[in-house]
Structures are given as C-alpha cells and as structure tokens.
Design a protein around this ligand. Sequence first.
Ligand code: KG4
Ligand code: ZN
Length: 340
Amino acid sequence: MAIILGIESSCDETGVAIYSHENGLIANKIYTQIPLHQEYGGVVPELASRDHIKRIIPLIDEAIKEANINKTDINAISYTNGPGLNGALLVGSGVAVSIGYALNIPVIPIHHMEGHLLSTLLSDDNIEAPFIALLVSGGHSQIIKVTQIGEYELIGDTLDDAAGEAFDKTAKMLGLPYPGGKYIAELALKAKHDIYNLPRPMLHSKDLQMSFSGLKTAVLTLINTLTKNQTILDEATKANLSLSIEEAITDVLVSKIELASKITGIKKVVISGGVSSNLKLRNKFDKISQLKTYYPPLKFCTDNGAMIAIAGAIRYNLRKYDYKFNVKPRFKLTELDKIP
Ligand code: KG4
Ligand code: ZN
C-alpha cells in the first residue's frame, strides 16, 4: 500500500494529484495555461516553462491539503518525463526529483501517453488486457495493442498531423480560439448535416496508418472558395464546416479501430487523450456493437496529474530511486520498462 504524488507538466497544464493504493484518487489539482497561450494561437514553450515554475509548488501544497495527509505520508513521486516540451518537462522532473531526494523516496518517470492510456482506469469500469488503445491527443494519434499493462505494441500511427492537431489547425482557420477541438465540437452542434463531405484520408488504405494533413488543405481550399464573395465566414457556415470537420476526423478514427479489431481479433478498446472527450467520437464508437469501448472520465481526457499519479501507482513496484533526471521530449511508448 502506498501513496503516490503525480506531477504532469509536459505542455500547457500543470497537474498535480495524489493516488492512494487504498483509497484511490485522494487529490486532484490542475492549473491550465490555455488563456496565457490563446493570444498566440498555440503554446509558446518558454512561457509554458515559466508558468509551470510559478504554479507547481502551490499546487502540490493544495493537493496535500486536499488529500488531508502530511508530506511525509507520500511514499513515491511520479512525473512525466516525456514526450513533451523540453523546458516544461524539466520543471516537473526537477521538482519531483528534488522532493524525492529530500524525502528519500522513489521517483518514477512516466511516459505521458501511458498516463493517458491508464487514465481510463480512473473510471469505474474494470478493464483487463488484452485491449486496443486509441490514443488521440494534440501531439499523437496512435493505435496500440496492449497485451498487458506496460507492454505496448504500436500498430497504427499518423503519417503527419495528429487528430487533435487537425482539430486545432482547422479551428484556427475558422477563427476559433486555441485549442480548437472543443470549439469545433460546440459549433458542430448548431449544424444539421455534413454538407461539405470533406475527405476521409486513408480511410480505405487497408492498414492502420492515418493522415490528417490533406484534410487541413481541403478545409483551407473550401474556406477560400466560400469567402470569395464575402470577407468573413458567417456563423451558420462556420457551424456547417465544424460539423463536416468533426465527421471526417471521427469517421477515420472509428474505421481504423474497426480494422485494428479485425486484424488483432481484440474487441475491447480504450479511447483516451484530449480528443476522447469528443462526444461525437464516443457516440460513433458506442454504436458499434462488436466493440466494447472504455473511456477516461471526461475531466481526465485532457492533460492532468491524476493520470500520472495512477500510472505511478501501477509502476510503484519498479521502485526507481534515480535522483538524476533525464527528460525525453521524443519518448516512444514502445521503449518503456516492463512492469514485473
Ligand atoms: O491530451 P491533450 O490534453 O494534450 C496533449 O497531450 O496533446 O489533448 C489536447 C487535444 C487538443 O488538440 C484539443 O483540441 C483536443 O485534445 N480536444 C478535443 C476536444 N477537447 C479537447 N478535440 C475534439 N473534441 C473535443 N471535445
Ligand atoms: Zn496529453
């Protein structure tokens, strides 16, 4: 039995959470930098690192208070060591390793995407491997075959943009704020039909590769045509475009997972990462009766500390005491240590 403090700082959210083997998630604190980056239309790495530095210790204090424990009750610290922004990762790792050193407890580096994958265990559903995982975030669109927790085989990937990136870039073209996925989803609710029928890249490629940059180009071309006679898009056109973008991206993701299930013979699917909060995506998956789908609770789809704390709790038995830190901005999920 142990109490694990989890720290996430790979991008634009400072997340701190405490997970107890006995009582589950006992504290969860998050500070989002999104408003800070919005005026630049995307994350500014240097500003992200500076803001993590400001927020991280007060958030840890708040989490300890919320969990109603003392610092010395913490048995291990887990932190995101990659992939992500180098400077942002260094803040979380520096703080985690320093606290670990001071308290003489293990520090456990966590792969950000394994955190997303395991965030599904924060739901009430009981999921056991083998399963397929669709990890869809701002930086990744990956299909993973999970033979057991900790053993990951990459069976599908995007050749260019990630699904979240496709949402964000097309949203930017529509003049929507960063990160655009949720704004596209909101606007799409105001449209009735998928009137533009945008391309579904690699839908019939018979493999598990994905590509979203063609979709981005198609949206740009369409916007240029639509704006020929007017300076800006009206709200109804923006809503119609949002629905068509959402339909195209979600169709590709669903069809690739159906194919992954056919190829592997596995019918259980975990869908996680920021894009898994998309309700249309969930809706389409839930309609496929041959698949049993699992999602993280909505509040744990986008980056958070709870996913790093639970991943740390699962990896606690590896008991790493390494007080050197080595962040890996391009860390691959297939390079992880096995869980004994
Ligand atoms: O996992 P995440 O918080 O950060 C990364 O690890 O990248 O994912 C962020 C991504 C962004 O691209 C954002 O637009 C997308 O998740 N996202 C959504 C929705 N909410 C967040 N995409 C589509 N629909 C949503 N409701
Ligand atoms: Zn993420």
